[in-house]
Design a protein around this ligand. Sequence first.
Ligand code: ATP
Length: 363
Amino acid sequence: MALIELKNLAHSYHPHPAGENDYALRRMNHSWQDGRAYALLGPSGCGKTTLLNIISGLQKPSEGQVLFDGLEVTALPPEQRNIAQVFQFPVIYDTMTVFDNLAFPLRNRGVAVTQVRRRVKEVAEMLELSEVLNKRAANLSADAKQKISLGRGLVRSDVAAILFDEPLTVIDPHLKWSLRRKLKQIHARFKLTMVYVTHDQLEALTFADQVVVMHAGQVVQIGSPQELFETPSHTFVGYFIGSPGMNIMPCRLGVNGVQVEGFEIALEPRLLQAAADAQGNLEVGIRPEFLQLADTARPGGVPVELCTVEDLGTYRIVTVAMGSQQLKIKLDEAVPLPGGSLRVHFPPAWTRLYADSHLVSGD
Ligand code: ATP
């Protein structure tokens, strides 16, 4: 397994790119650690597939370099990069048995018969394909075929990395969960370098130990699911991760924090100096999970009007108006809704500040 480095990487599909907007990928400099599971997450068109194809060698970048373990592979075709790739649609041989499909990448490289048998058995057990090893792939369901495709990616233990391009798209929704868990278990057991493209945040957050959030051809944040949730480094990450996303409102500097439409929202003391020094348009952000709704018996907070309550089974999404701004609050179903005049409390430990969309950090 390998360390993947991207140096000054950029790509344009235009023959003569005139400006930044003509680039599908803008200048990227990143190192992805050996043996970790990365998910490339972002909206349609942000450049995920382009980046994956550049790493695999299916696409040559217009600028920059790709290195595996310090060795440049930018000009090498996929077959010389020692990587495995699993695509959105199963890539298998329908006329072969499941066993032969799984064995194919090993036999192709002249691996000894006993080792092929051992490795195929191991992968089949992991993916619960042991019972169908002797069946023809053509006779199996779409889910089973995609499992075979996954198995073909996982069967080689000598690959530098395994790249997945939305591999669960064709999988039945109720099986997705178990396959995601399985992939995570496989990663934990074999410590493979995995790069997994998806536009589904749940898939990214459950699969990866590092999520690479992309937007408009750039990486906006790389972090653990917890980091992305607790401290989005860019307002785009705040909006994009979470359901619903972060509440983000324009604000200006106040006395002990910031002001939104004349209401004071306190910041942690360590953030106050950084807030005073910050340049650009200020915004305050807080996740719906961290806002607290109370009645007037609790001192402090900001007065709000109740707009809507959506009941979603185990929790509710309460929308309130704070002046002309709307805020979403996620409340556990077990927590009773306060009555009468309402106030919202912003716990300073969870209140983030952004300047021109970038996190202002007090560290
Ligand atoms: P999706 O989730 O929809 O697959 P993505 O994040 O993988 O999107 P890419 O497919 O990498 O994004 O596309 C990035 C940008 O490059 C988009 O603007 C897309 O239209 C453009 N693009 C992708 N492939 C080509 C191509 N072969 N020729 C020209 N433009 C392309």
